[in-house]
Design a protein around this ligand. Sequence first.
Ligand SMILES: Cc1cc2nc3c(=O)[nH]c(=O)nc-3n(C[C@H](O)[C@H](O)[C@H](O)COP(=O)(O)OP(=O)(O)OC[C@H]3O[C@@H](n4cnc5c(N)ncnc54)[C@H](O)[C@@H]3O)c2cc1C
Length: 415
Amino acid sequence: MNTEGTQEAQAAPGTVVVIGGGQAAGWVVKTLRKEGFDGRLVTIADEIHLPYERPPLSKAVLAGDADIDTVRIVKPDEFADLNVETWQPDCATQIDRAARIVKTREGREVQYDRLVIATGGAARRLPASVAKTSHVTYLRTLDEAVALGERLRASRRVLVVGGGWIGLEVAATARKLGVEATVVEGAPRLCARSLPPLVSDFLLNLHRANGVDVRLNAALVSLEDHPEDASRVRATFADGSTLDADFAVAGVGLAPHTALAEAAGLAVADGIVVDEYGATEDPNVFACGDVANHPNAWLKRRVRLESWANAQNQAIAAGKAVLGVKAPYAEIPWFWSDQYDVNLQILGDLPADAELAVRGNLDEKRASLFFVELGHLRGVIAINAARDLKLARKWMSQGRAVDLSTLTDTSKALA
Ligand SMILES: Cc1cc2nc3c(=O)[nH]c(=O)nc-3n(C[C@H](O)[C@H](O)[C@H](O)COP(=O)(O)OP(=O)(O)OC[C@H]3O[C@@H](n4cnc5c(N)ncnc54)[C@H](O)[C@@H]3O)c2cc1C
């Protein structure tokens, strides 16, 4: 076998079943074959497309600048070489761990030696008590992105519910398409769960400067068909104010697909509980990607990450572990977003009580925010500063001490 990591003596699995057809599932399959697994490999996926990457869905795909061929994880002919039985579109409906059998909606069943659950999640829905119209859409899949792009191009004004990453990227793409956009956010600031106030304010200014009507502390109480034009939508807020749009897009978080695992008696606590190898408490069952909750060495706590890098690299570790190769997933969490002319990247941890060194100027849309604890970097937010982030990643991996005055001195290049 073609391995990096510690090999454990155990019988090679005869059949590996992967539930899910997203980025993590794609990387599990690739990893298994790369590591030399030549047994039966079955994937069960409920989308019609072979595994693809989702980040472009709210960016280039939505804008009409990219399509399925640019987002695939494996080209169709290379996928054929992987010799995978793809059961799709189908949906795994039950895992019988005692018999090691997965059953599907189409009535098929397969016995596994090892099972990987890479079921990701679905866009969280607005409560039915709020969304009483059919003119509200969500964005998680390629088909949804294509349909949303077409709808945006046919519209004059979109209402975006939720000032998180997906909502803000949709608003930015809408503006690029010349569509008027309003973003309503119930919290007092944007991306409040993942960003410090300084950067929330930066994003607020960025969107307002690009013509987005951003409303914070906006408590949405209902979304209904417009009383005079049922093809449009009207939003009503707790203060009695209303807002009309052609349609609404809600970006209000992700609901991880954990029901299958939970019904099978696996531990679930904000995601399927796994170790640093993607293993659940059942030695034959693994999980990875958006659906998995793992102990993160850098954050020093358990976490369920929703990021491209996690979906790929945790899947690689899980794929190896399925074959008994112990290569722990121990990456520093990394996420990026593209909005207008801004590339924003977040690496590591951003403790509220860390010392903050700001290099560059947020008003000029080029800055790095370094979060320092006991003379060492814990995390960084890089705004149009990919080089700083790359250096920070190196220093963090090396455990190198940093000096605040050096970090903020833009007269000298960081090295
Ligand atoms: C619009 C958008 C933009 C993003 N932008 C960024 C970005 O800029 N940067 C970044 O770092 N990350 C970004 N992400 C996050 C990143 O794409 C995800 O973290 C990643 O796709 C997770 O991959 P996954 O395979 O774990 O889950 P998913 O991609 O959700 O794949 C899971 C698949 O399994 C299927 N499935 C679920 N249950 C079953 C079942 N029972 N049977 C069969 N199939 C099932 C699902 O339908 C889905 O196709 C973005 C995500 C979205 C949606």
